[in-house]
Design a protein around this ligand. Structure first.
Ligand code: ANZ
Ligand code: ZN
Length: 825
């Protein structure tokens, strides 16, 4: 027996990996019971962590996400649920193409080689995936269903093509969705994004704007508050009114969107977005030169710059006039870049007294200012500070004296009478731009025929596979590489048989990831994108784990697609992810790790030094899951020491236990189990680890100088510790479990149950009196209630003896210290 901690039987965490990987595989311990049927007596839990992109071997960030998600999955499994912990690969995308260009490979070779590397690394990290779910989105068997889904959305009018000014990254030579533009720059390479008019494919996410908002009620309290807030802002609902302004010399009125119909009498000018076709149309001949010069200049500004309040306001007078529908006042029309073409209606009524951007513009271009809400603040025409507050209307005809709220309703009603306006809601959310001019993605299953227009590829011809040869990967001038695959491009029109061309764009990879979790339960299903039986059994996802950076991208797309699938009758639910846990990033010295900063920490190197378990424990113990981990501030050496201590204690217990269990030790152990369980339930995984470390100290003392290694309470404590540890350090836990004399696997041993009887805190003495005289003393729990205490007291034989047959006048209870029975007479 090894009693001395300094004994040198070494704990070698890397020596036990192969052994346990093999055992787990043979025993199928990580597999869900019945992917599509059976074992219906068990509660089910579907755990999914955002699937990896195969850009190389696993890195520190991966280790963090999967250490967290695996701890959650293992915990749920140990509490007795049937868990599906799924894995697949998000394997289309730009880096594969860039790597292929550099190495002269097919993107597929690079991608699939990386997938194999990552798969092996996941196994060696001990992640308890059910490998039967595995697929890769770049498999034709998968992307076929992206195409199928695209066609369903196309039929439903939810996929359409239009020319629009789109975000263009000059470096990556591709368009980007709004979600991929961060502070005006390409999310991938940081190049400033420019606007380019291009014909592109869109999904109509805007049709679902209100439902994306409303259904958040289902997620409240289950998704991180910040993610919901980010989505709410991104959807950006604004309520107000549409107001139609007649334009002199134009048959049709022009509509504006405003959140402040109460300020209508203060509209002293009218602005059209410089890049809206309407600006071009309205421009009077003498202004044409100035307008076109201004439009060219404006094209270089990003949306963020255009909307910035602190930017000097510019614009040109178009030489035309709009008529205010409530008072007939003529106001000049300008084109300016601070109005966006694709928000609201692309035109505004400008109220400089009460809107700062309008006021800055009025000041710059010398337009008058008219106050219409008396807020008690200084005159905006003198201070150049617009007043925003509530107040009463002035200079507004019949509406003078009303509050802003009253006036909003009254003016909107008047507009309705005049047929010049109605209540309206506008959203910031844009339709999802999904076409990409890149090779390594899902080809869009549309054929362009000169006679028939856009023709869907017949379902029987799916998948439209990527060409194997005859293309040039290097993107040029906004052309998709697929355009160079001339033989692939030219096809017979499926409708008329005439000469036609395939669409050469590929889909944004966020299409792939918007529904992948539906396919995991049966990845080989060929009758449709997913097996309805598997989906009915597992979906929606119970536990989704991934980074907050996906708040307005992937998470929004997946919610949208789920709703669209619901409306197509393909799934029964409207939200894909019941619960969401965010994890932070692994950083180094306060900065994101990157090759260029030279601060990359290599995961395999860390594993080589400390073993997979210690790296996992370090990741989870560093802080709450959502916090960033600065690897400069942590060291797995602490985790290695701890794991070695657990392993040693287990080794010291290899005999049969005997004697009476030490009750104090049992109490302490069960307190720790209860605390660790609460922490796990709340997903405060780091707190749970802290409890396990305390428990280890406690048991070390018990072995050395307390109850001793043979006491049943010691064994009970060590076994509980090892079972709980298996969520974080599966290899060490398995090895320790074996040393304790058990067969594999510890993950089937169940999560230890805290005995409520042992959780009662130390008792306090309560004095029982009759008519103020002490008659008995009893032990009670400190938290006992007055009612409970009265009952317990009345059970005291001594007390009853002194009460006898007398009539009880009242019972005074002061829990937990005192009970006094007052008798009549
Ligand atoms: C008149 C007005 C008076 C406005 C006032 C505000 C204050 P949110 O809340 O962001 O939805 N607006 C409308 N369309 C616009 C566009 N395409 N580009 C830039 N600005 C636009 O903002 C709605 C307000 O922003 C609208 O209400 C409009 O200005 C402006 F005291 O109309 B408001
Ligand atoms: Zn045709």
């Amino acid at each position: 027996m090894i009693n001395d901690e300094s004994r040198t039987e070494t704990y070698d965490p890397n020596a036990i990996i192969d052994k346990w990987m093999k055992v787990w595989e043979e025993l199928h311990v990580n597999e869900a019971l019945g992917l599509v049927a059976g074992h219906d007596d068990l509660p089910r839990s579907y755990v999914v962590s955002m699937f990896p992109y195969p850009s190389g071997d696993l890195h520190m960030g991966h280790a963090e996400v999967y250490s967290i998600s695996d701890a959650v999955a293992r915990y749920i499994r140990m509490t007795g649920a049937n868990v599906l912990n799924a894995i697949g690969w998000d394997s289309f995308g730009l880096p594969a193409e860039n790597a292929a260009l550099k190495r002269n490979l097919h993107p597929r070779e690079w991608t699939y080689a990386n997938i194999e590397t990552q798969a092996e690394s996941f196994r060696r990290l001990g992640v308890s995936f059910d490998w039967r779910t595995r697929f890769h989105t770049s498999d034709p068997e998968y992307y076929r269903w992206n195409q199928w889904l695209f066609l369903r959305l196309f039929e439903a009018g939810l996929a359409y093509r239009k020319e629009a000014a789109v975000n263009w990254c000059p470096t990556d030579q591709t368009v980007l969705a709004n979600e991929q533009v961060v502070a005006g720059a390409c999310e991938r390479c940081g190049t400033t994004v420019i606007q380019r008019p291009l014909t592109q494919w869109f999904f109509k996410t805007t049709d679902y704007a209100q439902r994306l908002l409303d259904d958040m009620k289902q997620l409240e309290g289950k998704w991180p508050h910040e993610v919901l807030a980010m989505q709410r802002n991104w959807i950006g609902r604004s309520a107000g009114a549409h107001i139609d302004f007649a334009v002199e010399g134009r048959g049709e009125p022009v509509r504006v969107f405003t959140t402040r119909p109460d300020t209508l009498f203060g509209a002293t000018f009218f602005v059209v977005a410089v890049d809206a076709p309407l600006a071009d149309e309205l421009c009077a001949d003498p202004q044409r030169g100035a307008f076109e010069a201004y439009r060219r200049q404006a094209a270089t500004a990003t949306e963020i710059e255009r909307l910035a309040t602190d930017r000097a306001k510019t614009g040109v007078n178009l030489g035309r006039f709009a008529i205010n529908p409530v008072n007939g006042v003529r106001i000049p029309i300008f084109a300016a870049d601070y109005v966006l073409a694709d928000y609201g209606t692309g035109a505004i009524m400008a109220v400089p007294a009460h809107d700062q951007r309008d006021l800055d513009f009025a000041r710059a271009l010398g337009v008058p200012v008219q106050v219409v809400i008396n807020t008690g603040e200084a005159d905006p025409a003198e201070t150049w500070v617009a007043t925003h507050g509530d107040g009463r209307l002035v200079n507004s005809g019949d509406f003078d004296g009303m509050t802003t709220a009253e006036a909003s309703a009254a003016i909107t009603a008047r507009l309705a009478e005049l047929g010049a306006g109605t209540e309206a809601v506008t959203y910031r959310l844009r339709d999802w731009l999904l076409s990409r001019q890149r090779f390594w993605g899902t080809p869009i299953p549309i054929v362009h025929c000169e006679d028939c227009g856009l023709v869907p590829v017949p379902e029987a011809e799916l998948p439209v596979r990527l060409p194997e040869s005859g293309y040039e990967l290097r993107p040029e001038g906004g052309k998709s590489p697929l355009e160079s695959a001339t033989e692939w491009v030219s096809v017979a029109c499926p409708r008329c048989g005439g000469p036609a061309r395939r669409d050469t764009d590929t889909m944004d990879t966020f299409v792939d990831s918007s529904w992948y979790f539906l396919r995991y339960p049966n990845p080989d299903y060929v009758e449709g994108p997913f097996d309805p039986a598997g989906v009915a059994r597992w979906c929606p996802v119970d536990e989704y784990i991934g980074g907050r950076e996906h708040a307005t991208g992937h998470l929004m797309y997946a919610r949208f697609i789920t709703k669209a699938l619901h409306d197509l009758g393909l799934v029964s639910f409207v939200e894909p992810f019941t619960k969401l846990t965010n994890q932070g990033q692994v950083i180094m010295n306060g900065k994101a790790m990157s090759k260029s900063l030279g601060n990359l920490v290599n995961l395999q190197e860390q594993i080589g030094l400390y073993g997979p378990d210690a790296v996992r424990v370090t990741m989870v113990f560093a802080g709450p899951p959502e916090d960033d981990i600065d690897w400069a501030d942590v060291s797995p050496t602490g985790a290695v020491k701890w794991l070695a201590r657990v392993w040693r204690i287990s080794a010291e217990l290899d005999g049969k236990s005997s004697g009476e269990p030490d009750i104090e030790l049992r109490r302490a152990v069960h307190r720790m189990i209860a605390d660790a369980t609460t922490a796990m339930d709340d997903r405060r995984l780091n707190v749970a680890i802290a409890r396990l470390m305390e428990l280890t100290n406690l048991l070390r003392k018990a072995v050395d100088s307390g109850a001793g290694p043979a006491n049943p309470a010691t064994r009970e404590g060590v076994e509980a510790l090892v079972r709980m540890l298996s969520c974080f350090a599966p290899f060490t836990a398995e090895e320790s479990w074996q040393r304790l004399g058990h067969g594999p696997s510890v993950s089937s041993a169940g999560w230890p149950q805290a005995d409520p009887g042992l959780l009662v805190e130390d008792s306090v003495v309560c004095i029982l009196q009759v008519n103020g005289k002490v008659r008995d003393r009893i032990d009670v729990a400190p938290g006992i209630s007055d009612d409970e205490l009265e009952q317990v007291a009345m059970n005291s034989g001594k007390l009853r003896e002194h009460i006898g047959d007398s009539q009880i006048l009242k019972v005074i209870v002061r829990a937990p210290k005192l009970v006094n029975v007052v008798l009549a007479g």
